[in-house]
Design a protein around this ligand. Structure first.
Ligand code: NAP
Length: 241
């Protein structure tokens, strides 16, 4: 899947990794980039079409899907990460609403277009889907759920020609990690690695030095093998996603 000439939708496109993904898609020659944001966005490149898209708002998702004619790649990037200690159920619900159900809702709405184009879904998850950071447990739970969703969608949509990628992103220098004094990758380098991963057809993309350090053990590990074995059951008996 080459980015050149493709139509791409990025959610959470106004800052951080999402903004970098828009810039990277344009520099790789994307034909059109839909930039999903919660507030009005102006972009100097005529190939960018702003989309009013709060991923927790079913009416906005519906309107966005109706306004897009064709789509090759959906990047579910919008996300929130707040400190919590699991003492409040509301914090868990808030993270699930954006990071899990937002990803789910947008994916379902654009699935007919992606099936039509034999396109791809790219879910920006997190290494915390695999190992939580206990200062943001609700976030980690929502990312674990979003990763599991990604794995099931991958199996369910394979027979319909839609590729589904998980991005196991590590620490990246955005508003989300402000306050964490740790080595961080630049959003631009992460965006490059994400589209490299899509172009190289990597199911699970590890786009920064920290996540890349676990890529081989993940790809060659027993859990990945089990994911493939489980997915083979769907291939044998396809179901509607
Ligand atoms: N930075 C990291 O270290 C890191 C690591 C692993 C994974 N990730 C993941 O990468 C993705 C992007 O994160 P980032 O680091 O770029 O964070 P960021 O700079 O905080 O940006 C988050 C983006 O998500 C948008 N967003 C939040 N809630 C939304 C909603 N309900 N509907 C639509 N958009 C919404 C924000 O829009 P507003 O401006 O309107 O708030 C913003 O554009 C997230 O899914 C995050 O979990 C980041």
């Amino acid at each position: 899947m080459k980015i050149e000439g493709k139509t791409i939708l990025v959610t959470g496109a106004n800052r951080g990794i999402g903004q970098a993904l828009v810039t990277e898609a344009l520099s790789r020659g994307a034909a059109r980039v839909y930039a999903g944001t919660r507030q009005a966005l102006a972009h100097p490149d005529a190939r960018v079409t702003p989309l009013n898209l709060d991923v927790t708002d079913a009416a906005q998702i519906r309107a966005a899907a109706e306004s897009v004619e064709s789509l090759d790649i959906l990047v579910n990037n919008a996300g929130i990460a707040l400190y919590d200690d699991l003492s409040e159920r509301a914090a868990l619900e808030q993270h699930l609403a954006v990071n899990l159900f937002g990803t789910y809702g947008v994916t379902q709405a654009f699935l007919p277009l992606l099936t039509g184009s034999q396109g791809a879904i790219v879910n920006n998850v997190s290494t915390m889907a695999l190992a939580p950071f206990p200062f943001t447990p609700a976030y980690a739970i929502s990312k674990a759920a979003a990763f599991n969703l990604t794995q099931s969608l991958r199996a369910l949509l394979a027979g319909r020609g839609v590729r589904v990628h998980a991005v196991l992103t590590g620490p990246t220098d955005t508003d989300m990690t402000r306050g964490f004094d740790i080595p961080k990758a630049s959003p631009a380098s992460v965006a490059r690695a994400i589209f490299d991963g899509v172009e190289n057809d990597e199911e699970d993309i590890f786009p920064d030095p920290m996540s890349a350090s676990i890529a081989d053990s993940w790809r060659n590990g027993a859990v990945k093998a089990m994911e493939r074995e489980n997915a083979a059951f769907v291939a044998a008996e396809p179901t509607a996603a």
